[in-house]
Design a binder for this molecule. Structure first.
Ligand code: DGP
Length: 116
């Protein structure tokens, strides 16, 4: 169910503008508005989940689908050869600023490890 005060729910509903690069019945991928690399996409479920910790056993197929979508959009954006990083920030201490589960797909430059 969409949450009226969730930016990503509003964006999925078309109430806010977004650069959508992929969508299907369950998932959407958009360009991040504050990119940290030449390619920085966000893959998210259309249904609202606050975070990864909101997902239960019954959500495992959706979670798997989101990860496959992340791989698909990464490759469609030319990251297959150079490599890319997928990140899910969970909780404010880990840098989660939007409480709607999303997978960052980052690439197009050298990525260091460990992340900050
Ligand atoms: P996180 O900090 O892990 O919750 O990531 C949230 C990301 O969402 C952050 O990189 C910036 C991005 N973001 C926030 N608001 C918007 C928006 O309205 N549109 C788009 N495209 N990205 C947004």
């Amino acid at each position: 169910m969409a949450e009226t005060d969730c930016i990503f729910c509003r964006l999925i509903a078309g109430e806010l503008p977004a650069d959508v690069v992929y969508q299907d019945a369950a998932a959407v991928a958009i360009r991040d508005s504050n990119p940290q690399a030449p390619v920085h996409l966000l893959v998210m479920p259309k249904e609202h989940y606050d975070s990864l910790d909101d997902m239960g056993k019954r959500d495992e197929p959706l979670l798997g689908h989101l990860v496959r979508v992340a791989s698909r959009v990464a490759n469609e954006h030319g990251l297959g050869e150079t490599g890319y990083r997928t990140v899910i920030n969970t909780g404010s201490g880990a840098g989660q600023s939007v409480a709607h589960l999303h997978i960052h797909v980052v690439g197009g430059r050298e990525l260091t490890w460990p992340p900050g």
